[in-house]
Design a protein. Sequence first.
Lengths: 339, 339
Amino acid sequence: MIRVLHVGLGPIGAAVARQIAARKGLRIVGAVDIDPLKVGQDVGAVIGVDRKLRVKVGVDIGTAIDESKPDVAVLCTSSSLKGVLPELMEVLKHGVAVVTTTEEVAYPRKDNRAIAKRIDAAAKKAKVAVLGTGVNPGFTMDALPIALSAVCEHVDRIEVWRVQDARIRRLPFQQKIGAGLTPEDFQRRVENGRVRHVGFTESIQMIGDAMGWKLDEITDDVSSKIAETAVSSEWLSVASGQVCGIVQDGVGYVKGQPKVTLRLEAYLGAPESYDSVLIEGTPRIYSKIDGGVHGDIATAAITVNAIPAVIAAAPGLRTMRDMRLPSFDGGALSWARKG
Amino acid sequence: MIRVLHVGLGPIGAAVARQIAARKGLRIVGAVDIDPLKVGQDVGAVIGVDRKLRVKVGVDIGTAIDESKPDVAVLCTSSSLKGVLPELMEVLKHGVAVVTTTEEVAYPRKDNRAIAKRIDAAAKKAKVAVLGTGVNPGFTMDALPIALSAVCEHVDRIEVWRVQDARIRRLPFQQKIGAGLTPEDFQRRVENGRVRHVGFTESIQMIGDAMGWKLDEITDDVSSKIAETAVSSEWLSVASGQVCGIVQDGVGYVKGQPKVTLRLEAYLGAPESYDSVLIEGTPRIYSKIDGGVHGDIATAAITVNAIPAVIAAAPGLRTMRDMRLPSFDGGALSWARKG
């Protein structure tokens, strides 16, 4: 039985916890959150499962670790590497492995490398592994295209599209992508960084490194998708001419040539949802997942599925590139024992 | 620079060697083959590259290793685990890591487990890794569906189709799938095991183990595809009513329920080539590679791309499941150094 501590029980943390509560071989033994409304409650009530888990949400990581003796901490608090650093270091100080959905941990970009080195050193000292994962970054726009490239003799260029009809996603997601804003409001939010998928630079760098490309420039641009006709979801109505979602383009260049291109379209009314990978190379590969990979379920799932692998991994700050083949984990116990 | 010894320079071995000859960070330092017409020749002439590689094809593995001091041996001689056992053990006796396209090594099935244990023990004693890989088994019908399952909270059933228009493949492949035979001749060849893709049982077992399913029965059935109208390739013409290729169905069952289903169709005139993965689960995943993954190029490519990872891997008989994320290897040197 793998003992799991949750750090952060927001929407993502709670989704991970719900899957763990239902999965064989894993047990929630502790949880902490900064929300005073959650502290002191039973984890079952906080994450919305219909039974008591007999674990109360605490507030201090060190205390929770001392009391619950977890094998791994699942950290879901922030997208920012700097933001999670204190919590991450506290967990590592207590010698516990970490799986986190923090986008910037998935593959630390250049300006985060110094912090990443500190995390790596702390993890090695604690003899545990740290992994950042999720559906994106972590899978659809980096690990999956990298895995597909394994059958290539030569790779010229990789282009990944993630197109989602946001109508099927939850309200916070629809708000996050700016649905319902005026073009001016949207632009203002872009400028102060509030509508942006975090992780493009990380995914581009991961692909570039895997392919052996020395990327000399990475761009990451957000623009609005304007509704041509009125469109609505269960929660929101968007008039024609207003913003119905986001278009984000990321490009990694080598000497002015685009080598890695990522495009995310998430808006109400997209005619088709899909995840596609195009590898221009020998052979040429075009792979498409019809309907796309559902972000909320998938991020929680890949986080849970990574737990046994992280426990078995070599100490240090790991990435999806150097972890063993990702997989649904149907036998957490047997896997973990291999380590 | 990674030093490579080739054991076997048939069509697949030669294809691997051609890619290695063209790749940075890898160097062919030795080669052996049993064909007297190849022994003594320059490897460049044997594999069909337009320059001398200044390496002569030898006949004895031990001598070749002593003389060339390889870091890894690429073994492409047979589909059978028993068939390659003497060569494999000889390489391991000399302390050299192995990547092989031997289908039965990719994921040793039950009746090969005793031999697999001997290989594992010999590899551990030699402190090197052994990996069986290829496009199939090794990727499209096992590692890829397993990797896609990583975003699933729950998996009910996995179905993988590989459909190929054999007109674009080489003549030996078209002959291997029985194109041009009468239905009676085809049936005779099925009975003595001469038309059969080797690897279904291995791929099914790999998927089953990854999902945590205890498969209690695995079936693997070959049937002929009959040409409804005349069809021809560059090399072969098949009259209506004759065999134009193969259909192979493999199923892994748990208590009578099909949990893993593989279907291979390879025949002249298939209207569409593709590789598809269906995961019935939460979320449901349907992934399709348009045009399919070209078998000859891809098997050689994934073998070459695996070399640095195998050198860095933990000693023993490894599988694609416990190797790090597969990837085109664009930086063999830097990867290998990590080990």
